[in-house]
Design a protein around this ligand. Structure first.
Ligand code: HEM
Length: 435
């Protein structure tokens, strides 16, 4: 192991207790500088080390870009299905196992492995491949223009998150899925209650934030609401198929048999949540950078080809998905540490995206970073299905918005969602002038 004198070769390297507590606490993620300070120290001193935090099963924290890629590349050894794919307190993990007879609250591709994963992923994959996504360009541009016009009509001030970033990707993915516009508000609320469950401002039940029992009951209630909605959607698309992803999921067969209702619901929930909150976060991240750096807007207006670089850099900078967990299926040596079969591991995309060995000056926001090997979409078998869509949406929004802005700056204090899973700016007050 690198840089530690406190451990012998046979004992696992351990993340210092105060750092471990910081990383398991969703509230820390409202202050990204604090989290980056911890992750930076770990990359330099204990890049593969165990977190042993009160209330959590021990897990290995993987902080280096190269290691995250190496682990993701070996999906046959590092499984998604065997234990929770997101960090949950031990008490909640046991309660989920007892009530669901599975380590997961939903059954979806993120929680599957090997052949099963490939088959379920293949059901919708063609919808999200670059060729198909490209066909949506004109429609996405029309939607982007509506949102840009609305923003620019707001008298020079808005909260970019609640006025633009939340609704534009939501509308795009709901159209692809096949959820009508009048139900988008409900989808947004349920998504925020799921991903923002530990943020008292977004949670359905603020007193559940520090109580694993109440938290589990709340997750089940939110998922129950999603399921009620999607069960009706399945019935509708079986009766009257359309050209949308809901129709594909509702009528999907694996090995010649229809998929189970809870599998269809798990699939819808994944697309209906992962498909917008993440893109909203990185879209807001891009605008935050532009609002803090007037030179960026000028640089991009002078050379619109830099918009692609802005999109990649904003995704790296924000890293909306902070982690996913894996479980080792066999003993594995990494940087002198022995990860044992059955061990739980956290892949820190947040850390990997600021790794000094993968990026020059990783703490600089550079729209001309070339190459930009950001790993915010993961890698390997589970790599984000929606990555091409997310990038296309962000590019189109910026193409429509930036030429029309004369200036944009912060108009108050932005705030981050408190979550160590999916998080980004939850408030971004800006003041702007139109050209
Ligand atoms: C998986 C990030 C947008 C759908 C993932 C993973 C990450 C991620 C980190 C796990 C990858 C891994 O384990 O290697 C993001 C980010 C986004 C984004 C940062 C936006 C900036 C989207 C969109 C969709 C989507 C727009 C639309 C459908 C999915 C699905 C999976 C996934 C279905 C599961 C894939 C699998 O397990 O095989 N995403 N995502 N994501 N994402 Fe995204």
């Amino acid at each position: 192991m690198t840089g530690s004198s406190e451990t012998t070769i046979n004992e696992p390297a351990v993340v210092p207790a105060d750092m471990g507590e910081t990383l398991v606490d969703p509230a820390s993620f409202a202050n990204p500088d604090k989290v980056h300070e911890v992750l930076g120290w770990l990359r330099a001193n204990r890049p593969v080390a165990q977190v042993r935090a009160d209330g959590f099963d021990p897990f290995w924290l993987i902080t280096k870009h190269q290691d995250v890629m190496d682990i993701e590349r070996q999906a046959d050894i590092f499984h998604n299905g065997d234990r929770s794919t997101v960090l949950v307190p031990s008490k909640m993990a046991r309660a989920i196992e007892a009530t669901m007879q599975s380590p997961h609250l939903t059954r979806s591709v993120v929680n599957m492995d090997d052949r099963e994963h490939r088959l379920y992923r293949a059901l919708t994959q063609s919808w999200f491949m670059p060729g198909n996504v490209k066909k949506l360009t004109d429609r996405i541009r029309t939607i982007a223009r509506v949102h840009v016009d609305r923003m620019l009509g707001r008298d020079g001030k808005c909260d970019f998150v609640s006025d633009v970033a939340l609704h534009f990707p939501l509308h795009v993915v709901m159209e692809i899925l096949g959820v009508p516009e009048e139900d988008e508000g409900r989808m947004l609320l349920l998504t925020q209650q799921l991903f923002g469950a530990r943020d008292p401002e977004l949670s359905r039940q603020a007193d559940a934030v520090d109580d694993p029992d109440k938290m589990l009951a709340m997750f089940q209630a939110v998922l129950g609401d999603f399921n009620t909605y999607f069960t009706k959607l399945t019935a509708d698309r079986r009766a009257s198929p359309r050209d949308d992803v809901a129709t594909v999921i509702a009528n999907a067969e694996i090995d010649g048999k229809p998929i189970a209702a809870h599998e269809a619901n798990g699939y819808y929930v994944l697309v209906a949540t992962a498909g917008h909150d993440t893109t909203s976060a990185s879209t807001a991240g891009a605008m935050w950078a532009l609002a803090e750096r007037p030179d960026l807007l000028r640089q991009i207006q002078a050379n619109p080809a830099l918009i692609g670089g802005l999109v990649d850099e904003a995704i790296r900078w924000t890293t909306p998905v902070k982690h996913f967990m894996r479980t080792a299926t066999q003993d594995y040596e990494l940087r002198g540490q022995t990860i044992k079969a059955g061990d739980w591991m956290m892949l820190s995309y947040l850390s990997a995206n600021r790794d000094e060995d993968a990026f020059d000056a990783p703490f600089d926001f550079r729209v001309d970073r070339e190459p930009n090997r950001q790993i915010a979409f993961g890698y390997g078998a589970h790599v984000c299905l929606g990555q091409h869509l997310a990038k296309l949406e962000m590019r189109i929004l910026m193409e429509e918005l930036l030429p029309r802005l004369d200036s944009i700056e912060l108009d108050g204090t932005p705030a981050w969602t408190q979550s160590n899973f999916v998080s980004g700016p939850k408030r971004l007050p800006v003041r702007f002038a139109v050209r």
